[in-house]
Design a protein around this ligand. Structure first.
Ligand SMILES: [Mg+2]
Length: 446
């Protein structure tokens, strides 16, 4: 922000730092989505399983309080599940993605300057607000998201993104779900970080590993230097940080001191590669179902390509058996060009099938397949003089995408994807696609 250098003698309150970032973070997002449509799950421990019902990927506060660790295979905690009546849900990404879209759309009404950081987190710029309005505005955002979607969010506010992340952690503990570090850091730049404030007291208790961008491994190195908390990091020797932690660590250091180095990434650049892969619910031991599974993943990757208005010119596919165990093992991959570059699902599926034929070996039980697209170009770009960009193909795919968006994913699909799809991932207790499929709307019996 531009500093005019003018001293404002008449203002009642000291000015807040600019810029001002807010981090809006959904509380236990997956569990909260499940609870919106199934009130029986409220006030009860809830865990969500990975896409193959294998491990725990998300937990409600109650499940966290019981000490259920993240990532643990579900069979290892069968006893706890029974003893504490823990609700176990398969992951329902269709529902979570749609709920996420609704939440982000709601947040966007409060400011056009928004960076969607992950499925359940967004950074927002709130520069124009005064100190007095800040909390009120954040509370209003929170209430609106709650009323319109049913998902609770916490909002942390601070002059940098790194500090906003920390404020977000503190907001989780706040009964109103809002924490502003903007006010407490008001004087930080003028009288130095020694300024006593509730925020600075709080960060003496937060472990250094919780700082955005500092992973567990780096935290170990820092601990060996006697740096245990966020506060310690802020007071570490700047020269040491610069030398040992390079520019990234230095940027974090500056951000913790209230100097914004990371800006809002409002534009999402097209991805330069697209991956679609999955483990099968049941191993596949013959060619046809393997080809069908690969066709489905290819169709998904092609849809992602079209969403960002791109085409791909290079494809890699791979297949693999279980990497361990006593059964015979085999894994292989094949690369091929896509000529001309395309996002046309049938063309990509036929290319993937040819590649699969070249590496498929019978006599194995395959566990996983995937596709990787790269050599990404903008749609409609003519690569060579005689390349023809097929308008008809594009119109067909547009129609398919519209229908699938409207009536549910997969309503129109390639015959190559098969109809039985026995290899589909295991999801024994998946909730309905309440918000994206007419057939699965919530029924209320009076
Ligand atoms: Mg979250």
């Amino acid at each position: 922000m531009k500093n005019t250098g003018l001293k404002e003698k008449h203002t009642q309150r000291p000015k807040l730092h600019r810029p001002l970032f807010a981090l809006a973070d959904c509380n236990n997002f997956y569990a909260s989505c499940e609870r919106v449509f199934n009130p029986k799950l409220r006030d009860r421990p809830v865990v969500i399983l990975s896409s193959n019902d294998g491990c725990i990927v998300a937990r409600s506060n109650e499940a966290k309080a019981l000490g259920i660790p993240m990532g643990i295979p579900v069979f290892k905690i069968r006893h706890e599940i029974a003893r504490h009546r823990i609700a176990v849900c398969s992951s329902n990404y269709t529902l979570y993605a749609d709920m996420s879209n609704r939440i982000m759309k709601t947040l966007r009404l409060f400011t056009p300057h928004i960076e969607i950081y992950s499925i359940d987190e967004a950074f927002l710029r709130l520069d124009s607000l005064t100190e007095r309005d800040l909390r009120r505005y954040a509370s209003k955002m929170r209430d609106t998201v709650m009323r319109w979607t049913g998902v609770p969010v916490s909002i942390g506010i601070a002059p940098t993104k790194t500090l906003a992340k920390l404020a977000g952690l503190l907001a989780k503990r706040d009964p109103l779900g809002v924490y502003s570090a903007a006010e407490s850091l008001m004087h930080a730049n003028t009288s130095g970080p020694e300024t006593s404030s509730s925020f600075l007291n709080e960060i003496k208790k937060i472990p250094v590993s919780k700082i955005w961008g500092i992973g567990r491994r780096l935290a170990v190195t820092l601990n060996m230097q006697g740096i245990y908390t966020v506060y310690d990091y802020m007071h570490a020797d700047p020269k040491w940080i610069r030398r040992k932690l390079t520019i990234t660590g230095w940027r974090t250091f500056m951000e913790l001191h209230g100097t914004s180095c990371l800006s809002l990434q409002e534009l999402t650049l097209p991805r330069q590669s697209i991956i679609s892969s999955q483990s099968f619910g049941e191993p596949i031991d013959s060619f046809i179902p393997l080809k069908e599974a690969l066709a489905l993943y290819t169709a998904r990757a092609a849809r992602k390509l079209r969403e960002q208005h791109s085409t791909a010119s290079l494809m890699q596919i791979y297949i693999t058996t279980k990497p361990f165990g006593s059964a015979p093992r085999y894994a292989n991959s094949a690369i091929g060009t896509i000529d001309p570059p395309s996002s046309y699902t049938p063309a990509l599926i036929s290319r993937a099938s040819t590649l699969l034929e070249s590496i498929y070996r019978s006599g194995f039980r395959y566990k996983k397949a995937g596709i990787f697209l790269t050599g990404i170009h903008p749609e409609g770009m003519q690569m060579r003089l005689f390349d023809r960009y097929d308008v008809r193909e594009r119109q067909i795919m547009q129609a398919v995408d519209v229908l699938n968006r409207k009536w549910g994913r997969g309503i129109v699909r390639s015959a190559a994807e098969g109809t039985l799809q026995r290899w589909h991932m295991k999801q024994s207790s998946v909730s309905s696609r309440f918000t994206t499929s007419w057939d699965e709307l919530l029924h209320i019996v009076l």
